[in-house]
Design a protein around this ligand. Structure first.
Ligand code: NAG
Ligand code: NAG
Length: 352
């Protein structure tokens, strides 16, 4: 009897998802132990990347032929990150050609994060970059969702500065998602001659509602989106051309909006609106199946804490992005009906 890939994945993840809390009381020193993932090998037709030295030009972490993935890393979300990393490797046909770029708070214990990753993924090509939260903290004004005020949430705006210049294109992923398709397909999203980023775009969403009345009633500010077909897009999954980003100095442009936000409240949510202000209307849309979100989400007061992970293993849903607190089986089935096919999922750890 042929063994279904879904069942195979189910077993793999079940094996992987074993946690031990060494010290549950002190969060800062909490060590979560994860099982060692198996080694994943390239298929025969993958480009061969010669990894000459650990860093430098010859490294896979610098190669144009590698798929570069950027994620943030912290102890609170590490469970989600581990699942995401595993899912990326599992579904890639060239897993050895993937380079992970992890951004961690400069105040976090980087060696602990590094060893946690290495012990579960001994063969992973990765680098951890310290992110100076204090520089962005001064720019953050409190938002409705306090989790969004976390400085690491803003790291995605600084990837062009944090990652080495040799990395031209990167796929940014939030730590609360699981891929069930080859990330190389997402990374290959054509950006045309000028676009800086690709992201899932939602033109039916009420764009007006992402900004305050103060913004819309200001004659010069409200012109921001004039001559742009601006739509809401999600920043949890993005393909970014870092070279173009650097050329256009978009980090500064985002910071300028954040500085304005500190002086007058032009939006409510945290890191997303500055992205919309700079890029909405000028992005390349990514197919929505790369960002199944909004199910079970209480967008304003939900505790988006990575405690819940449902893993979908369904043909049509490429991956499932958990934008809510915790998703029920019914919600997932509802979504699978919409997309067709059957959904299998498992709960890695539920503490809701
Ligand atoms: C970081 O974590 C390691 C355990 O991997 C520990 O030995 C070390 O003391 C920690 N460093 C700090 C500064 O807390
Ligand atoms: C969009 O949102 C704005 C502000 O929240 C509201 O005034 C407007 O009625 C909404 N438009 C639609 C079509 O729902």
């Amino acid at each position: 009897m042929p063994r279904s890939p879904a069942i195979f994945h189910f077993l793999l993840l079940s094996l992987f998802a074993v946690f031990a809390f060494a010290n549950a009381t002190a969060v800062s020193t909490m060590i979560q132990q994860f099982k060692e993932a198996p080694q994943f090998y390239n298929s025969l037709d993958c480009p061969v990347i010669v990894d000459e030295d650990e860093e430098g030009e010859g490294s896979i972490l610098c190669s144009d032929q590698a798929v570069h993935v950027a994620m943030t890393l912290d102890t609170a979300y590490i469970r989600g990150s581990m699942a995401a990393i595993l899912s990326v490797l599992q579904h890639s046909s060239c897993p050895q050609n993937i380079a992970f770029h992890f951004v961690a708070s400069a105040t976090a214990n980087a060696s602990l994060l590094r060893s946690t990753i290495s012990s579960s993924f001994p063969y992973l090509n990765f680098q951890v970059y310290p992110f100076d939260d204090s520089s962005v903290s001064r720019l953050i004004s409190t938002s409705i969702r306090s989790a969004l005020d976390c400085p690491l949430n803003y790291a995605r705006s600084y990837l062009a500065n944090l990652l080495p210049c040799c990395v031209r294109r990167v796929v940014y992923l939030d730590s609360d998602l699981v891929l069930v398709d080859d990330i190389a397909k997402l990374a290959a999203t054509p950006l045309g001659d000028t676009s800086v980023l690709a992201a899932p775009e939602y033109c039916n969403a009420n764009f007006t509602s992402y900004f305050t009345l103060t913004f819309w009633s200001n004659p010069s500010l409200s012109l921001t989106f004039a001559n742009r077909k601006a739509c809401y897009f999600n920043t949890g999954v993005m393909v970014i051309d870092l070279a173009r980003w650097r050329e256009g100095d978009y980090t500064t442009k985002i910071e300028e909006w954040m500085e304005l936000q500190k002086r007058m409240r032009i939006y409510e949510l945290g890191s997303l609106p500055p992205f919309l202000l700079v890029f909405a209307g000028n992005i390349v849309p990514v197919d929505h199946r790369w960002n199944q979100h909004g199910l079970g989400g209480d967008n304003f007061r939900g505790k988006k804490n990575g405690k819940c992970l449902l893993i979908l293993l369904e043909e049509h849903i490429v991956y499932y992005h958990l934008s809510g607190n915790c998703l029920s089986a019914e919600k997932v089935t509802e979504s699978s009906r919409k997309w067709g096919g059957a959904v299998k999922f498992l709960k890695l750890k539920i503490r809701c």
